[in-house]
Design a protein around this ligand. Structure first.
Ligand code: ZN
Ligand code: ZN
Ligand code: ZN
Length: 433
């Protein structure tokens, strides 16, 4: 069976998260998106933990489902923010923890509390333990648990972040670095960028949404293949370790990395944005305020990469997938969320009632968002929802779109139709009257 996994997201108990992020709504949206394995998020929060424990039942070892509502599968998950000083430098690192079952989750919670962690105030708690101490605590309490460093390139809170991180996994996780077998790309990077990092050669590259509201669930995801008979948390773990018998990563679903908030470098206040090549030529001081620019993901990859690798693009059933040149890594596909495609096709905004109604209707008729974006024949899309929707999805599948890279906390923008194409369309419309 195919398992579309989104294991990094947040509940309403995390800061700046929608109140709608409660289990039933998360489950409902996961199914709409085509995600069938979801993280519970925030398992370290006492109130949320009580809720997930009450509402979920185990259906495979370490795999859960809602007792009462239609449900994807769940694994227990939570993100922890470590803020600490190591060798005189401050670090802020986010790690995703996946305990193998509820008793292991409870043991990890107890161990964290024993070390003085305040788990009550935020679903994504901030702790003073280093990544090494956290890994030691987790693996000594629950050896079967999984730790995945999150969005590893973002400047402020990540493993390789320009303002928060390290230059290697070894420095960050010390003796536990061998146990870190998978990393999360985050929105601002894609697998190609990560293939260029030597120490990631033998590590799995995964993508999850980090959703703070239901509609963002699945904006990035990892697609596995596995046997239903042996489906379990340990099959997931073996998959993330690239071991025989584990779930096999078929491909990842990515956001356009340029759309991420920290792709390029710059200063949002001063409206200065620079590509890695521009930083290389002009330096990293802001021409407006004179202070150092926030160095983005593209530049950090450029700094740490030992080699340059370009992906090979191949079309499969009309969808462009990107492959490692020697075929050694799972490929990936880059998508634009369906509401954004509808919004542009309808010349409206993703949050407008018109766009939301059409989105809901498409899901009702065609099952889920991933099947619409990847599988539904274009003729069917066009005949049901008109040529603009069909054309928009075709352009996304073929990567024929326009992007302005994000920088210093400002999201990048994606345009499916160029201004020119829009003008032509307006003229055609006018000539109808
Ligand atoms: Zn994070
Ligand atoms: Zn997060
Ligand atoms: Zn500036």
């Amino acid at each position: 069976m195919k398992i579309v996994a989104d294991l990094h997201l947040h509940s309403r108990y995390s800061r700046a998260v929608s109140q709608q992020m409660e289990l039933e709504t998360m489950a409902q949206w996961a199914l709409k998106k085509g995600v069938n394995l979801l993280g519970t998020a925030d398992f370290t929060h006492p109130l949320w933990f009580r809720e997930i424990k009450t509402k979920l039942k185990e259906v495979f070892p370490g795999i859960y489902q809602l007792k009462t509502a239609p449900s994807p599968y769940f694994v227990i998950s939570g993100e922890i923010s470590s803020i600490y000083t190591q060798n005189g430098q401050q670090h802020r690192i986010h790690n995703l923890i996946l305990p193998p079952n509820f008793s292991a989750a409870e043991a990890i919670i107890k161990a964290l509390e024993k070390r003085g962690a305040n788990l009550h105030s935020d679903g994504r708690p901030i702790i003073g333990l280093s990544s090494i101490q956290l890994a030691e605590l987790v693996f000594s309490t629950a050896p079967e648990a999984i730790i995945i460093p999150c969005h590893i390139w973002t400047p402020w809170f990540s493993l390789y972040g320009s303002r928060s991180g390290f230059d290697s996994l070894k420095e960050c996780f010390g003796p536990f670095s061998e146990k870190i077998t998978a990393i999360e790309t985050g929105l601002s990077s894609d697998p190609t960028m990560n293939w260029q990092i030597e120490e990631l050669t033998n590590r799995q590259i995964v993508s999850f949404s980090d959703a703070h509201s239901p509609i963002k669930i699945g904006r990035e995801a990892t697609v596995f293949e596995g046997e239903k008979e042996t489906f379990s948390f340990s099959a997931l773990k073996a998959g993330l370790e690239n071991k025989e018998g584990g779930l096999k990563i078929l491909f990842t679903i990515e956001f356009y990395p340029e759309e991420g908030k920290y792709h390029y470098s710059g200063h949002s206040r001063c409206q200065v944005r620079r590509s890695p090549e521009e930083i290389q030529k002009q330096g990293n001081l802001c021409p407006v305020c004179g202070k150092p620019l926030t160095l983005g993901v593209a530049y950090r990859v450029y700094q740490l990469a030992k080699k340059t690798i370009s992906s090979v693009k191949k079309e499969k059933n009309g969808v462009v997938f990107q492959y490692h040149p020697d075929g050694s890594r799972p490929p990936f596909v880059t998508l634009v969320p369906l509401v954004e495609i509808i919004a542009e096709a309808e010349q409206s905004t993703p949050t407008s009632q018109k766009v939301i109604s059409l989105y809901e209707e498409m899901i009702t008729q065609l099952r889920d968002e991933f099947s619409i974006l990847l599988d539904t024949p274009l003729e069917k899309l066009t005949s049901l929802f008109g040529p603009r929707i069909g054309e928009g999805i075709e352009k996304v599948r073929k990567r024929e779109i326009f992007i302005e890279p994000g920088y210093d906390g400002v999201f990048g923008t994606v345009k499916i139709w160029s201004e020119q194409e829009k003008e032509v369309k307006k003229e055609n419309q006018m000539s109808l009257f």
